[in-house]
Design a protein around this ligand. Structure first.
Ligand code: M6R
Length: 613
C-alpha cells in the first residue's frame, strides 16, 4: 500500500513523478504529493488530498523546475486522508523531504522521545517520525553524511518500510532504504530511478535493481545507483528485466477496467491450459518440485488472503478429491499467530496475485523458518513472493488494474486445478487417460465463458434484487461455497452493500432468522450432487418472503420457477462449475455497484496491493 517514486537525473522530474504516481495509484489513492529539489537549491513540496489527478492539476499551475524529486500516493494507515497527512513529510528547516510505504510500529515511543527533544509534529502520521529522526541523525553527524544518517535512523525503526529521501545538501541525489515494503531502482544514461513497483519504471528502463530487506540505495543524477548495507559496504545488484507484458494497458473499449478484466477470462483460460498441458501431462516447470518431494508429501498447507483465500478453498476440494492429499487452508493473518504443525512431508503453498501481500509474505517466511519449502502461486513476475519462494506457478492473467480481483481469482482457481491434476499424476492417483479427459473438459471452459459474456444483460437485470437492500446473503454448497464467498466479497467491496456467505446447509442454523420480505439471497445452485438439497433451501427462503436470485445450470427450469431471478450458466464438468459460476457474480456485483454510483475500479478504503500487516 502506498506507492513511491523518485528520480535524479538530467531531465525535468515532474512528468516522471506524475506518470509514476498515476501508475502506482492501485496501491492507494487517498492523497498524493511530490518534493522537488529545485535548481535554486530549495525544497518545494506540493501535496493534495484525493487522487493523483488533483496533485497534477495543482502542479500545472506552479511551473516548477527540478531534476531531482520524490513522490508518493497514499493509502492511509496513521492519520486521516488529508493534505496535511499526505507525503512527503519534511523536517522543520524544510531541507529534507521523505516518502514512506509501510508502518512504523514503534512510532509512539519515537514520537515521545523526539517531542522531548523539541521536535514539533504537525501530522498524525507515523512517517513524520522518520523525517524527524533522520533530521536528528543527520545533524548529529555534522550534516555531512546522509548515508550513515539513514542507516542510523533505520536502526531505530521497528516495522515495515520503503523510504526515499531528498535533501537540499544533495541537490542531485536521492537516498532510499528498504525493509519489508517493496522497492526497485534503475540506472540509465538519463538518470537514476526508484519506485515501489516495476510498472512505474517500465517506460523508462529495461532492467531493474531489486532492493532486498536491510539494503540501502544511493541514486545520483549521473544515472548510477549504489546499493549498500548497514556497514556501508557496496553490494552486488540483484537485477531483473522489465516485463513489458506486465504493464497495464488502457481500458480501451470498456467503460472500466473491471469489465475489461472480466472479459479477458476466456483468453486466460486458453492460455493457462495450453501453456501447461504437453504430451499427455500437466507441466508446471516453474514449481521446481521434485517427483520425490511430491511422493513424500502427506499434507498441504495453503495460505492466502481475500479472494486468493477463496480460490485456495476451491483448490482444497480439487487436491483432496483428485490427488488424495489432505489440505489445510489458512487466512494468512491468522496463520501467522497459529502454532502450526509443519513437517518435512508438508508442502506449503502461498497464493497471492500481487505477490506483495504483507500477511502472506510473513506466512511464507514463517513456514520457511519452520524448515519447510514454500511454493508461490502469483500473477506478478519477480514479485517478492516469487523471489522468496522455492518454486513458482505463475497465473499469467496479465496485470489486473481494478482493485476487485476478477481475472486473477479465475486464473488462480484454474492454475490450482492444474496443480491438483499434476499432483494426482505424480502420485499415480489418476490414470493417464483421466488427465487427458480432464484437460478436454477444460478446453470447453473458454467457450462456456464466452457464451456467458455474449450478452450480460440478463445477469445485470438480476441486480434489481438488491434495490433498496441493506444486506445480502450468498449461499452455496461444496466446491461452490467458496464461489458464494467470493461473490459476497465482490459485492461488498465495490458496492458497499453488506454481504456475507454461508454454506447453504447452515441457513437453518442461524442465518435464516435474517430473512424478511424482500431480503436478497443469492443462491449458487449448479447441477451437481448438492442441487436438490440447495433447491430445498430456495423453497425455505421463498416461504419466508425473501427474494432469491439463483445461479443455476442452463435448462434447470425447476430452479427458474422457484426463484425470483435466475442467472443461467452453461453446463460443464462439475469440478469446473466454480470457474463458470463466478463470472455472473462478478457482473452482478459490478452492476449493483454501478447502480449505486460507485467507482467500481477504485473502491473506497482499499488498495490493490496490501503491503502492510
Ligand atoms: O494480492 P493478493 O492476492 O495477496 O491479495 C489478497 C487480497 O488482498 C485480495 O484478494 C483482495 O481481497 C481483493 N480486493 C479482492 O477483490
Amino acid at each position: 500500500m502506498c506507492g513511491i517514486v523518485g528520480y535524479a537525473g538530467k531531465n525535468e522530474v515532474v512528468d516522471f513523478l506524475l506518470s509514476g504516481l498515476y501508475s502506482l495509484e492501485y496501491r492507494g489513492y487517498d492523497s498524493a504529493g511530490i518534493a522537488l529539489v529545485c535548481d535554486q537549491g530549495a525544497l518545494e513540496v506540493v501535496k493534495r488530498a484525493g487522487s493523483v489527478s488533483h496533485l497534477d492539476e495543482a502542479i500545472k499551475t506552479l511551473g516548477l523546475n527540478a531534476c531531482t524529486g520524490i513522490g508518493h500516493t497514499r493509502w492511509a494507515t496513521h492519520g486521516e486522508p488529508s493534505e496535511l497527512n499526505a507525503h512527503p513529510h519534511v523536517n522543520s528547516d524544510n531541507t529534507l523531504a521523505l516518502v514512506h510505504n509501510g508502518i512504523i510500529e514503534n512510532h509512539y515511543v519515537l514520537r515521545e522521545e523526539l517531542e522531548a527533544k523539541g521536535y514539533v509534529f504537525k501530522t498524525e502520521t507515523d512517517t513524520e517520525v522518520i523525517a524527524f529522526l533522520l533530521d536528528q541523525e543527520y545533524k548529529k553527524l555534522g550534516s555531512t553524511d546522509m548515508p550513515q544518517a539513514l542507516i542510523n535512523t533505520c536502526k531505530q525503526l521497528k516495522g515495515a518500510y520503503a523510504i526515499a529521501v531528498c535533501h537540499v545538501d544533495y541537490p542531485h541525489e536521492i537516498f532510499a532504504a528498504r525493509n519489508g515494503s517493496p522497492l526497485v531502482c534503475a540506472q540509465s544514461n538519463q538518470g537514476a530511478y526508484l519506485a515501489s513497483d516495476m510498472i512505474a519504471l517500465a517506460k523508462y528502463v529495461d532492467e531493474l535493481i531489486v532492493l532486498d530487506n536491510g539494503q540501502f540505495a544511493h541514486l545520483k543524477s549521473d544515472g548510477s545507483v549504489r546499493v549498500f548495507d548497514s556497514q556501508i559496504n557496496s553490494l552486488e545488484h540483484q537485477t531483473m528485466q522489465v516485463d513489458a507484458n506486465n504493464v497495464p494497458a488502457a481500458s480501451g473499449e470498456y467503460p472500466d477496467f473491471m469489465l475489461k478484466e472480466i472479459y479477458e477470462q476466456p483468453e486466460i483460460a486458453r492460455r493457462i491450459v495450453d501453456g501447461h498441458f504437453k504430451d499427455g501431462h500437466i507441466r508446471l516447470d516453474g514449481l521446481n518440485i521434485s517427483d520425490a518431494d511430491i511422493k513424500d508429501t502427506d499434507r498441504i498447507f495453503i495460505v492466502a488472503c481475500g479472494s486468493s483465500y477463496h480460490a485456495s478453498l476451491i483448490a482444497k476440494s480439487y487436491i483432496e478429491s483428485v490427488a488424495r492429499i489432505p489440505v489445510e487452508v489458512a487466512v494468512a493473518s491468522e496463520f501467522n499467530y497459529q502454532d502450526v504443525l509443519v513437517s518435512e512431508h508438508t508442502l506449503c503453498i502461498v497464493v497471492t496475485q500481487s505477490g506483495e501481500t504483507a500477511d502472506t509474505l510473513s506466512a511464507a517466511r514463517k513456514i520457511k523458518g519452520l524448515g519447510a519449502k514454500v511454493f508461490a502461486i502469483t500473477n506478478v513476475i519477480g514479485s517478492t513472493a516469487a523471489r522468496e519462494a522455492d518454486g513458482v506457478l505463475y497465473t499469467n492473467a496479465g496485470p489486473e488494474v481494478s482493485v476487485a480481483a476478477t481475472k486473477t481469482y479465475f486464473a488462480q482457481v484454474l492454475a490450482m486445478y492444474l496443480l491438483a491434476l499434476f499432483l494426482a499424476d505424480k502420485k499415480e492417483k489418476l490414470e493417464p487417460q483421466d488427465i487427458v479427459n480432464a484437460v478436454s473438459s477444460l478446453r470447453k471452459l473458454p467457450q462456456a465463458i464466452e457464451d456467458i459474456l455474449k450478452d450480460i444483460s440478463s445477469y445485470e437485470k438480476c441486480a434489481e434484487v438488491c434495490e433498496g437492500a441493506r444486506s445480502a446473503l450468498f449461499i452455496g454448497r461444496g466446491v461452490n461455497y467458496p464461489t458464494a464467498s467470493e461473490g459476497a466479497l465482490k459485492l461488498k467491496e465495490i458496492s458497499y452493500l453488506h454481504a456475507e456467505s454461508y454454506p447453504a446447509g447452515e441457513m437453518k442454523h442461524g442465518p435464516i432468522a435474517l430473512l424478511e420480505p424482500g431480503f436478497p439471497v443469492i443462491v449458487v445452485i449448479p447441477q451437481d450432487q448438492t442441487r436438490n438439497k440447495t433447491l430445498s433451501n430456495i423453497e425455505e427462503i421463498m416461504a419466508r418472503g425473501a427474494q432469491v436470485c439463483a445461479l443455476a445450470t442452463e435448462g434447470d427450469e425447476q430452479v427458474k420457477e422457484s426463484a425470483n431471478y435466475t442467472m443461467f450458466v452453461p453446463a460443464i464438468d462439475t469440478d469446473l462449475t466454480p470457474l463458470v459460476s463466478i463470472v455472473p457474480l462478478q457482473i452482478f456485483a459490478r452492476k449493483v455497484a454501478f447502480d449505486r454510483g460507485q467507482n467500481v475500479d477504485r473502491p473506497r478504503n482499499l488498495a490493490k496491493s496490501v503491503t502492510v500487516e
